[in-house]
Design a protein around this ligand. Structure first.
Ligand SMILES: Nc1ncnc2c1ncn2[C@@H]1O[C@H](COP(=O)(O)OP(=O)(O)O)[C@@H](O)[C@H]1O
Ligand SMILES: [Mg+2]
Length: 394
């Protein structure tokens, strides 16, 4: 077992593509760190650099207390699981799993015992005599994980291992991977573009955009206290509503005003306008809103509703300018659009609100987050952002 650390790692490919810029990240011994970000943000490159499949242009990679930046992949004692299982089609499941042990010249009896032990851990004992083509996608991915586990490597690297599976199987394997991580107690680097997967699987989540680390924190902290507008808009479905609001004085305090809603600001805000971030679940119909610190309600006209069973998503315009995230290659991650903003509230479905109706919506103002309108950085975080790795207690 070993911690993995990247220090000041950058990777520029020969064609000039900057895949990673100045990445410093530590994965604690026994920790499962999920690296999350949109396609092309550099997740696979991070994993490939840790694996030794790419050499960084700058910076250092260490596994345990050994610097491995220039060490060949085979000498790093890591196991990698990719999206496309990469099993040997002509070998049985047993032989696929036994392969890395045979390569290490382990005795046949020891191989047999180890393969059966890992197969039992993954619930695939009954499949040992089959060939990959006679397996479902989920079974193949379990075999691929089994082949990685038999060697007892010092860490596991997984690159979107569930992306080829259907939604239901993904949910099931997600929890199996967590259980596996707990049972093995090993260090995991888990790469995914799927936020639900990252938040449910990770002890901590590292969010990336365009080769740069945006935030690394435990999943709840990333959701509750996004470090900047990119993270705020990327995490959560539907995403956080982001509104540009004027800053006003009210009874000696500063507030951000969005129509009738008044959001009390943290101390020390100097700007004349600020971005207010409020999640759909913190907006709702008074009487149905579970928040405790709600503002006065404001009347809106509902444009559209989406029923999700427990909640109903209400879309309505508010006369402020929206902050829109950009997913193109531009260096700024956001731009301010034209008024109005179409805001989404996740109202209790029991309120039974139809499109076209006028309805009063309240905001749980204690749950609002604020961002600098120039830089996009969070203003007045209430909990300090942790920088040291923390491993969940078992
Ligand atoms: N061998 C390569 N040569 C040039 N550009 C590459 C190479 N591999 C990846 N890239 C580019 O680097 C960026 C990051 O890629 P990647 O790490 O695969 O992203 P992700 O896994 O997050 O989708 C992308 O713009 C991608 O096109
Ligand atoms: Mg990738």
């Amino acid at each position: 077992m070993a911690a993995i650390s990247l220090t000041g790692v950058s990777k520029t490919f020969t064609d000039g593509t900057v895949a990673i810029a100045g990445l410093t990240l530590e994965i604690g011994d026994g920790e499962l760190l999920a690296v999350l970000g949109p396609s092309g943000c550099g997740k696979s490159t991070v994993l490939r650099i840790v694996a030794g499949l790419e050499v960084p242009t700058e910076g250092q990679v260490a596994i345990g207390d050994q610097v491995v930046t220039e060490v060949a992949p085979g000498a790093r004692d890591l196991a990698i699981v990719f999206q496309d299982y990469a099993l040997y089609p002509h070998l049985t499941v047993f032989d696929n799993m036994a392969f890395p042990l045979k390569a290490k010249r382990m005795k046949r009896r020891a191989i047999d015992q180890r393969v059966r032990e890992v197969a039992a851990l993954l619930g695939i004992e009954a499949l040992l005599h089959r060939r990959p083509r006679a397996l479902s996608g989920g079974e193949r991915q379990r075999v691929a994980m089994g082949r990685a586990i038999v060697r007892s490597p010092s860490a596991f690297l997984m690159d979107e291992p569930l992306s080829n599976l259907d939604a239901k199987l993904r949910v099931q394997l997600r929890s199996e991977i967590r259980t596996l991580h707990r049972e093995l107690g090993a260090t995991f680097l888990y790469v995914t573009h799927d936020q639900t997967e990252a938040l449910t699987i990770g002890d901590r989540v590292a969010v990336m955009r365009r080769g740069r680390l945006q935030q690394v924190d435990d999943p709840q902290q990333v959701y509750d206290f996004p470090a900047n507008l990119f993270v705020a808009g990327f995490i959560g479905t539907p995403p956080m509503n982001l509104l540009l609001a004027p800053v006003e004085q009210e009874k000696g305090h500063q507030v951000a005003r969005v129509g009738n809603w008044r959001f009390p600001l943290p101390e020390g805000v100097q700007a004349s306008e600020i971005v207010v971030g409020i999640r759909p679940e913190h907006l709702g119909v008074p009487g149905f809103l579970h928040g405790y610190e709600s503002s006065s309600a404001q009347e809106v006209t509902v444009l559209e509703t989406e029923t999700l069973g427990s909640v109903s998503l209400l879309h309505f315009p508010i006369e402020v300018r929206p902050v829109l995230l950009r997913d193109d290659a531009s260096s700024s991650s956001f731009v301010v659009g034209d008024s109005p903003t179409v805001v989404i509230a996740a109202a209790d479905a029991q309120a039974r609100i139809a499109a076209g109706s006028r309805v009063a919506i309240a905001a749980d103002v204690s749950r609002a987050r604020f961002f600098d309108a120039q830089t996009g950085a969070a203003v007045g975080q209430r909990r300090p952002v942790s920088t040291t790795p923390c491993v969940k207690a078992l």
